[in-house]
Design a protein around this ligand. Structure first.
Ligand code: NAD
Ligand code: ZN
Length: 375
């Protein structure tokens, strides 16, 4: 188990220290931490040249603020922009980053900073893992999903035409700065999708977190700083604990896939265009909750509580009626985590507890499509 320490620093900073021996690093959370980037980075890297990777949307909003902070502490950043969107999470984009870094002659001491959501984080992390066999990496996540999920755990990578996240590496950051004030410019739909992952942590690991979200959902949606910082911190602690216990293996970490088996299937069956990832996961979590109740693993009232919270959030909870069982089954069986038509399915056993069972892709697909037809 990863030793974790966390607490509230002066000026309302929530800090989670991810303890991975020599590779330990802090996650600093709070409104305005962007302005502390230079100072905090100087504590772990000698000031000098560095590269900021972002996209045009986020650059327009936050790049100047971040660069000002970096320059204030003696860093000399170059800026690299990758077009916005999941379809640019490719080796081509990483290759473009290499080109700019080589041309600018950045050496292996120069850190790479990712300013943006999970797409920028994943591809910048992969560039940092591989450029000159690895350079320091800093995450400055600006979506809720990136702040509670993709910036923690060290997974980096890009998509391949044959599938998502098929090319990648583990590369831990030296520092993560989650500025909750950046969420104020995030489209509401992205915020809701991120909150689905927050609810997931409550369901699989922490009943008290789940209850807190039920109670404070409106404050979260209103981006109330006090609640938001504490909730982001708790999610980071939970994810860090899970990945620390199991940094590279898929075993225990697989509980994070709650709702994702069907969620991924739905994303792929709807060409990654109808739903945001978190929305598809919300449908998958609702399905997994009912499935758990129908197998007698969890009381139906608890499963209903999960679905009710997702509905209150405004996330979709119903499987779309136009899915075909056959095609969905093929998508589920083709997932990189499936073997021989069997999928390791994460069930809930009440709030904060899970169990795994091997389930056939066919059973999941048929159940999901039959459930959709009932509505
Ligand atoms: N590495 C991991 O462990 C891990 C875990 C989960 C997800 N992921 C990856 O994360 C990616 C999804 O990340 P995401 O949901 O953050 O999507 P994203 O990076 O595409 O960001 C969503 C949208 O919000 C915009 N945006 C970002 N910050 C903003 C802000 N503060 N204000 C306004 N707009 C802003 C982006 O430009 C983009 O258009 C996927 O590629 C997924 O595979 C990785
Ligand atoms: Zn997810």
């Amino acid at each position: 188990m990863a030793a974790l320490s966390s607490g509230v620093e002066m000026s309302m900073r929530e800090v989670v220290t991810v303890a991975l021996g020599e590779r330990s690093y802090p996650i600093v959370i709070g409104a305005g931490v962007l302005d502390e980037c230079g100072e905090r980075l100087a504590a772990v890297c000698r000031p000098g040249r560095c590269a900021l990777v972002t996209n045009p949307v986020v650059a327009r909003l936050y790049a100047e603020q971040l660069k000002e902070s970096l320059m204030g502490s003696g860093f000399d950043p170059i800026q690299i922009e990758i077009a916005d969107g999941e379809r640019y999470k490719t080796l081509d984009s990483v290759s473009h980053i290499y080109d700019v870094l080589l041309e600018a002659k950045l050496d292996r001491k120069a850190p790479l900073l990712a300013l943006g959501g999970g797409v920028i984080g994943d591809l910048t992390g992969f560039a940092a893992a591989t450029y000159l066999r690895g350079v320091p990496f800093v995450q400055v996540p600006t979506t809720l999903l990136a702040q509670v999920d993709s910036s923690v755990g060290g997974k980096t990578g890009v998509n391949h035409p044959l599938g998502k996240n098929l090319i990648g590496a583990f590369h831990q950051p030296v520092l993560v700065l989650s500025d909750s004030a950046t969420l104020r410019t995030l489209p509401r739909r992205e915020l809701v999708a991120g909150l689905v992952e927050v609810i997931k942590y409550g369901v699989i690991l922490d009943a008290a977190l789940f209850a807190r979200i039920e109670e404070d959902l409106d404050a979260l949606l209103a981006l109330d700083e006090r609640v938001l910082g504490a909730v982001i911190r708790r999610c980071c602690e939970l994810k860090a604990e899970v990945v620390g216990a199991d940094e590279r293996e898929a075993d225990y970490r697989a509980i994070l896939n709650f709702g994702h088996t069907l969620g991924h299937g739905i994303e792929s069956e709807t060409q990654y265009s109808r739903y945001l990832h978190g929305e598809a996961v919300s449908i998958g979590m609702s399905f997994a909750a009912h499935f758990s109740a129908s197998r007698g693993y969890c009381p139906p009232a608890v499963a209903d509580r999960v679905v009710r919270l997702l509905r209150r959030l405004g996330a979709p909870t119903e499987v779309p009626t136009d899915l075909q069982a056959r095609s969905l089954q093929a998508a589920l069986a083709g997932d990189k985590k499936a073997a021989g038509g069997q999928v390791k399915f994460v069930f809930m056993e009440g709030l904060g507890r899970t169990r795994f069972e091997m389930v056939s892709a066919r059973e999941i697909a048929e159940r999901a499509v039959a459930g959709a037809a009932e509505h």
